[in-house]
Design a protein around this ligand. Structure first.
Ligand code: 3H9
Length: 693
């Protein structure tokens, strides 16, 4: 058990007192850390031998912020502000010595020090907005006093970390000191402050930059307008903007009060609870109970990619981005050339946007080798198949690979729905087969579903997860079932949407509800984007569904200028009378009379059906934990992070309400619809998914 004494220390180097904090893993400002800092600063101030104070942290980072696990619990003394006041009002200069990441409350402590020095690899930032919060320890009032309101607005609403060089240029760091020499450099800096008799500089007293913007309402109106799309649905960005406005227009102490007020509103709200839950869920998702961290992994130095189409090319880019060479195999030269052209164009577009240099483009292209022969994959450590979604085609590819790849290589399928266990029957070493389901566009989307077959070895799973981390994805483990976690829930959503379409809701009515809920688009706009003809063919079409009927008249989605919606040349969509006619035709065929379906019903039937499917997935052991399902839907399908994912949303609505509503909708949910026994059990016990251990 940590104590203020154990997490802090005070030593003297001549006339310089060194207050040090050591509270792994990230020196979060938990109650003992706050008490430790307060105690040591007071001791240093009281010590006549000390003339200046260096404030430094041990381990991998400076203070990484408030302890997020303490939010939502009764506050404990001392308050962070008491600690900050002790530093800012110290009669001896305090120099913050920064390495790693100085974030949130941690950076707000640094802003109360009179001077800040940092090593070149250090970063600072106020990422509270990502937790649905705002910097609640004076950050919104001090930051604009150093960097000006424009930059402050960017920093607090994006939550981005700022590198040492940029922080120095903005005046956030006073000096950059050599890497690895932070302690001695900070002591030397403190000595200089004493020798030059520099003042006890307090950021709160700086007024020039905020005064310059006082009364400038356009500055804030423009910023809001420019970012309206990005901030849609989120409460925290607006609260952050209001705080910067307060910094500009109010005296410092009044600004602090405003900040406190708005912080308290956010921290007790559902959005921040959701975003804090997601913060921990994103870290939890990597942990697989029976695959410990010590599990041996294959060192993936070379990757083979079977298929250079949209998916294969996108997947290959992920590896080239981190310096891993990839051999891409296609059956025809033409397809190979086209695949490489698309990859080059994607990279060049990224370079045009200034995110990489043209030199990077060439370096990445040089890591990609085209081939027309699977034999060229003999020396790969990992081979990923991304060919046509057809079991026989996939089995043929894997049978060939089985005879080619070196012993111990991992074979992965990018299938989005097919049974990994059946694919594994095509190879002799079943345990090396794993699913790696990327989401389109694979070079952009963050989600990777790692699919565990019955025979998949722990090492293959650990390797797929490690590879996912290396290429910057967030990987969630799924068991085998049709559609795995993500698409299985997508299917449950679609069943309800299609049913309501035949009861009287037009595709755009349904899409509007889903968009207003916070997703980037509804199911029908999504179909139009992906193409309605996935899995459809002219030869076998039977005019059996609205989708088939649309494909039959060449309304196959955005690419043909029409699908569920009509599109103009700029791909702006509008409701289509043709689609409406077809929907009415099918409604009649089903013997239904159109009825008015409320927005509430649309939302509940869709979202509660998703929660129900998620509960089944959990009950069957397909997902390890409810929060993994949420990670899948946030990162793969655009579920709004401020609603925490479908399972978290179910918890906030109350699982008893979800079950009650599903029962009330009864037969409307569909003949095959059943309520998950797990969902019913939790609801009956008054529990949440989060209470499951
Ligand atoms: C704030 O400061 C509010 C104030 O303005 C107002 C106060 C009044 N608390 O990410 P990692 C855990 S809000 C508790 O894997 P990395 C994390 O869960 C806060 N725990 O390491 C993980 O645990 P486990 C503003 C925390 O090296 C372990 O530490 N600050 C906290 O990849 C390692 O984390 C932020 O938002 C925390 N604050 O990245 C910064 N931070 O091992 C949040 C981490 O059990 N933190 N943990 O899974 C980060 O962004 C990253 O953790 C950091 C290190 C960049 C620091």
């Amino acid at each position: 058990m940590s104590t203020p004494e154990a997490v802090s220390s005070l030593t003297l180097d001549g006339e310089i007192a060194i207050v040090s904090i050591n509270h792994p893993p990230v020196n979060a400002l938990s109650t003992h850390v706050r008490a430790g800092i307060l105690m040591r600063i007071n001791e240093a101030v009281a010590n006549d031998a000390a003339k200046a104070i260096v404030f430094i942290c041990e381990g991998r980072t400076f203070l990484a912020g408030a302890d997020i696990t303490e939010f939502g619990k009764p506050p404990r003394e001392p308050a962070l502000r008491t600690v900050q006041d002790a530093i800012e009002n110290s009669t001896k200069p305090v120099v913050a010595a920064i390495h790693g990441t100085s974030l949130g409350g941690g950076f707000e402590v640094a802003l109360c020090c009179h001077y800040r020095v940092a090593v070149p690899s250090a970063k600072c930032g106020l990422p509270e907005v990502k937790l649905g919060l705002l910097p609640g320890a004076g950050g919104t009032q001090r930051l604009p006093r150093i960097v000006g309101p424009e930059k402050a607005l960017e920093m607090v609403t994006s939550g981005q970390h700022v590198g040492a060089k940029a922080a120095h240029a903005m005046g956030l760091f006073d000096e950059i000191v050599p890497e690895g020499q932070l302690r001695e450099s900070a002591i030397a800096f403190a000595r200089r402050v004493l020798a030059e008799n520099r003042p006890l500089r307090k950021v709160r007293d700086l007024d020039e930059k905020v005064q310059a913007a006082r009364g400038n309402t356009a500055l804030f109106a423009d910023f809001r307008a420019k970012n309206a799309r990005k901030f849609r649905g989120f409460e925290a960005p607006e609260a952050n903007i209001k705080c910067i406005e307060a910094a500009v227009n109010m005296p410092f102490d009044d600004g602090l009060k405003r900040e406190r007020e708005l912080f308290m509103q956010l921290v007790s709200g559902v959005q921040s609870a959701a975003q804090r839950y997601v913060f921990f869920a994103e870290r939890q998702v990597w942990k697989i109970p029976d695959v410990p961290e010590s599990t041996p992994v294959v060192d993936v130095k070379k990757v083979g990619m079977v298929g250079a189409g949209t998916m294969g090319g996108g997947i290959a880019m992920n590896f080239a981005n981190v310096g891993i060479p990839v051999t891409l195999v296609e059956t025809r030269q033409e397809a190979l050339d086209r695949g490489f052209q698309v990859i080059r164009r994607n990279y060049e577009n990224t370079a045009k946007r200034g995110r990489i240099t043209m030199d990077d483009v060439e370096k990445r292209m040089a890591l990609l080798t085209p081939s027309l022969s699977l034999d060229d994959l003999a020396d790969c450590d990992l081979v990923i198949e991304a060919v046509f979604e057809n079991m026989d085609v996939k089995k043929t590819v894997f049978a060939k690979l089985d005879a080619i790849v070196k012993p111990g290589a991992i074979l992965a399928s990018n299938t989005s729905a097919l049974n990994i266990n059946e694919i594994a029957t095509a190879v002799s070493k079943h345990d090396g087969i794993v699913g790696m389901h990327f989401f389109s566009p694979a070079n952009v989307m963050r989600l990777l579903e790692v699919v565990r077959g019955d025979a998949t070895s722990k090492s293959a799973i650990a390797t797929a997860m490690a590879v996912g981390k290396k290429i910057g994805k967030i990987a969630a483990l799924s068991g085998v079932c049709p559609g795995f976690i993500g698409n299985r829930i997508l299917y449950a959503r679609r069943l309800q949407a299609d049913a309501m379409m035949l009861e009287g809701a037009m595709p755009w009515d349904i899409d509007d509800v889903i968009y207003e809920f916070g997703l980037p688009m509804g199911p029908y706009a999504m179909s139009d984007l992906a193409g309605l003809d996935i899995g459809w063919s002219k030869e076998t079409t039977r005019h059996a569904t609205v989708r088939e009927a649309l494909c039959e008249i060449d309304r196959r989605g955005q690419k043909t200028g029409a699908g569920y919606y009509d599109y103009d040349e700029k791909r702006n969509k509008k409701p289509s009378p043709v689609t409406e006619g077809i929907v009415r035709e099918f409604m009649e065929k089903a013997g239904n009379t159109a009825r008015e379906i409320s927005k509430e019903e649309i939302l509940e039937r869709i979202v509660f059906a998703m929660i129900n499917e998620g509960a089944k997935i959990l009950d069957e052991g397909i997902a390890i934990r409810a929060s993994d399902i949420d990670i899948v839907w946030i990162n793969g399908y655009g579920w709004p992070v401020y609603r925490g994912g479908p399972m978290f949303y179910g918890d906030t609505v109350g699982l008893d309400t979800v079950v009650g509503k599903l029962k009330a909708y009864g037969s409307k949910m569909g003949a095959d619809f059943t309520i998950s026994p797990l969902l019913e059990k939790l609801a009956a016990e008054g529990k949440r998914f989060q209470d499951m251990k």
